[in-house]
Design a protein around this ligand. Sequence first.
Ligand SMILES: Nc1ncnc2c1ncn2[C@@H]1O[C@H](COP(=O)(O)OP(=O)(O)OP(=O)(O)O)[C@@H](O)[C@H]1O
Length: 271
Amino acid sequence: MEDAKKSQTKVIEVRDLALKIDDHQILSDINFSIDTGKFVGLIGPNGAGKSSLLRSLYRYTTPTTGEIVFLGKSLCHYSRQDYARQVAVVLQEIPDHFNLSVFDVVAMGVLPHKSLFSAVSLQDKLAVASAIDKVGLSDKTRQPFSYLSGGEKQRVLIARAIVQQPVFLIMDEPTSHLDVKYQIQIMELAKSLNITVLASFHDLNLAGALCDEILVLKEGALVADGKPLDVFNAQLLADVYGVCASVSSVSCPYEGIEQVPHIRYHYGYAL
Ligand SMILES: Nc1ncnc2c1ncn2[C@@H]1O[C@H](COP(=O)(O)OP(=O)(O)OP(=O)(O)O)[C@@H](O)[C@H]1O
């Protein structure tokens, strides 16, 4: 089974996906796949359907039509627990983990791997402590989660995902509460996990610098996908976001990538 998982080149395939709620067509005709180990950014303006698409992928929402295939098998053939063991989710809304400490919230990451009533082992505790350290919150390990700032809570949820050791990590605007240092740190951390990631972004320069591939949603449809340098251009930014911008190519700090796009917005054009 482990070997079968590793040999899959595609972690996720989305085929002809559409989502309609009441009379509202939220997503239509979505087709894409993500290869193992890729870090993919999902971008698009407010209301484009990014969260709706991600919700379908982590099984919160059932698409109206189409199919999602995870590691070669249709999602409907996975039990909830089996899927939860392999897919971690970090959301922009921060759940209120009433009365739980930072340690307890991060330790929830080991639960999908445990049978009912089995205890958290010493090895689990070390993994939890190590993940808390990685996100820079060791000094807050015993603090109640509810006392943390929005950015600190977000970092705790990333630590929980690290502990879960998923095959696939889905992140819905994970940097929305973070200051610029932690925006970069958290996304670099997600990248360093060397797992397959699909993350939605509003910061296009951050997405362009970090992602192997970009998916662009507009009004519920996938209008572009490819490498950041191929996707980001002035025409696309005008068409999708209605902004005037120029895109240049700059050298990249990350190993294996030579050039990344850099977007410069021109303000005042809408006046
Ligand atoms: N349960 C629902 N019922 C009706 N409409 C919905 C529902 N969920 C989402 N929508 C609508 O679907 C569209 C896409 O919403 P979604 O939250 O997926 O967009 P988004 O790209 O994530 O936006 P943002 O960048 O603002 O977070 C919006 O018009 C939203 O109002």
